[in-house]
Design a protein around this ligand. Structure first.
Ligand SMILES: [Zn+2]
Ligand SMILES: [Zn+2]
Length: 369
C-alpha cells in the first residue's frame, strides 16, 4: 500500500511538472527547474535511443513500434483479465442487461478502431501537390510562424506545419509526435487522437466501475472484512478486480488531464506545439522586450548587443532568424509600440472561437483523400 501510494505521488508529480512546469509564470521557480531537469534527463535518454537506433534502421523501426505494441498488449491483457475474472462474477442484473453488455462491446470496439485510425491515418503530410493550397490556407502571423522553407523536404513550410524528425516529413497543422501510436498528430488525424483519448478514459472508467460493482456484490458474502482484506485475502477473482479498479483509479485522472488539456487548446485556438511557441512570446512580453515596428509592420525583440568597439548597445531583432532589424541609432526614425499585455496587444489570428475551432479541427478538414 505504501509502495502504491509513493508510486501514485511520484507519477502525479511528474505529470504535473511536465504539464505545467514550462508555464511562463513558473519561470525561475523550483517547478521550472524540475521541468528542465526532467526534460534534460528525457533528452539524454532520447539522445541515447536515437544514437542506438539510427545505427541500424531495423532496430530504429522496431524500437519505435515497441511503445504502441506495449500499450496494445497492456489493454488486451487487462480486457482478458476482466473477462476471465470479473465479468462472470458481476451481479446478474448487470450481466444480463443488454445495455451494459452493449456498452462493453462498443467501448472495446471503438477504442480499437480509434487506435487503428490515429496510428495509420496520414496526419497530413506536406507534399508538392498540396503545399501551394496549404500556404494559401495557413498564413504566417509574424509572431510564431513566418514564410519559411523546409530544407529537408525541400518545400515551403505552410504556417502551423512542422517537420517531424521522427517521421521525416512536414506535417500540416502539426500538434505533436505521439510515441503511443508512433505517428504525428496533425490536420487529418487530430480528430482520431481526440477520440482515442476520450475512448481510453471511457474504457478505463467503465471497466473500473464494473470491477467496483463486482467487488461490492462480493462484499455481501464477506461482511466482516474491509475492502483491502476483501481484495488481498479472499479469492483470485477479487484480487484481480481490486488491482484493475486501482489501476483505472490511477490512469483515468491522468488520461482525463490530457483530454481536458486538449479541450483547453481547442478553446484557445492553439495546437500543443503552438502552445509552447506562445509560451515563448508570453515570456518576451513579461520581460518587456517585445515591440511592434509600425513602419516595418513587423514584431521585434529588443536585445542588448556588443558593437565593433566592444560597447553594449540596444538593437531590435527579427523573431524568426534573430537578424538585426533596427539599431539604436535608427530607432528614433520608427514608431515602436511596446507589447505590454498578450491578451490586449496581440491577436491569435488562428483562433476562430471555441465552436469554430472544434469544427475546423475535428470536422471541417480539407484534403480528405
Ligand atoms: Zn520537412
Ligand atoms: Zn512524427
Amino acid at each position: 500500500m505504501f509502495l502504491l501510494g509513493t508510486l501514485i505521488i511520484v507519477f502525479g508529480t511528474l505529470v504535473a511538472v511536465l504539464l505545467f512546469g514550462d508555464q511562463p509564470r513558473f519561470r525561475g521557480t523550483w517547478l521550472h527547474r524540475l521541468y528542465k531537469a526532467v526534460n534534460r534527463a528525457n533528452g539524454n535518454a532520447a539522445h541515447w535511443v536515437v544514437g542506438f537506433t539510427t545505427g541500424n534502421p531495423i532496430v530504429g523501426l522496431v524500437s519505435r513500434w515497441l511503445i504502441p505494441l506495449f500499450y496494445v498488449g497492456i489493454i488486451c491483457f487487462c480486457v482478458n483479465l476482466f473477462f476471465s475474472n470479473v465479468y462472470g462474477q458481476l451481479p446478474v442484473l448487470i450481466k444480463n442487461s443488454i445495455l451494459y453488455n452493449f456498452w462493453i462491446a462498443v467501448s472495446i470496439a471503438a477504442l480499437g478502431a480509434s487506435t487503428a485510425l490515429v496510428t495509420f491515418v496520414d496526419p497530413g503530410r506536406v507534399t508538392a501537390s498540396n503545399v501551394h493550397q496549404a500556404t494559401t490556407i495557413f498564413r504566417p502571423n509574424g509572431l510564431i510562424f513566418f514564410d519559411k522553407q523546409c530544407f529537408t523536404c525541400n518545400l515551403p513550410k505552410p504556417a502551423r506545419s512542422k517537420h517531424c524528425s521522427t517521421c521525416h516529413k512536414c506535417v500540416l497543422l502539426y500538434d505533436h509526435h505521439c510515441l503511443w501510436v508512433n505517428n504525428c498528430i496533425g490536420l487529418r488525424n487530430y480528430r482520431w487522437f481526440c477520440a482515442y483519448l476520450l475512448l481510453n478514459v471511457n474504457l478505463m472508467a467503465y471497466g473500473g466501475v464494473l470491477c467496483f460493482w463486482m467487488l461490492q456484490a462480493q462484499k455481501q458474502q464477506y461482511l466482516q472484512l474491509g475492502w483491502w482484506k476483501l481484495i488481498t485475502s479472499t479469492t483470485e477473482h477479487n484480487r484481480i478486480a481490486g488491482i484493475l479498479a486501482i489501476l483505472t483509479a490511477i490512469f483515468v485522472p491522468i488520461t482525463s488531464i490530457f483530454t481536458v488539456l486538449h479541450v483547453r487548446y481547442l478553446y484557445l485556438g492553439v495546437t500543443t506545439s503552438e502552445a509552447d511557441k506562445w509560451g515563448e512570446i508570453e515570456h518576451l512580453v513579461r520581460l518587456g522586450v517585445l515591440f511592434y515596428i509600425e513602419e516595418l509592420e513587423q514584431f521585434a525583440e529588443q536585445a542588448t548587443m556588443m558593437d565593433r568597439k566592444g560597447d553594449y548597445t540596444k538593437a531590435y531583432l527579427a523573431l524568426d532568424d534573430e537578424s538585426i532589424l533596427l539599431t539604436a541609432e535608427e530607432e528614433p526614425k520608427y514608431t515602436m509600440r511596446k507589447i505590454s499585455l498578450v491578451e490586449h496587444d496581440l491577436v491569435n489570428v488562428y483562433d476562430q472561437g471555441f465552436w469554430n475551432n472544434v469544427q475546423d479541427r475535428l470536422f471541417r478538414i480539407p484534403w480528405t483523400t
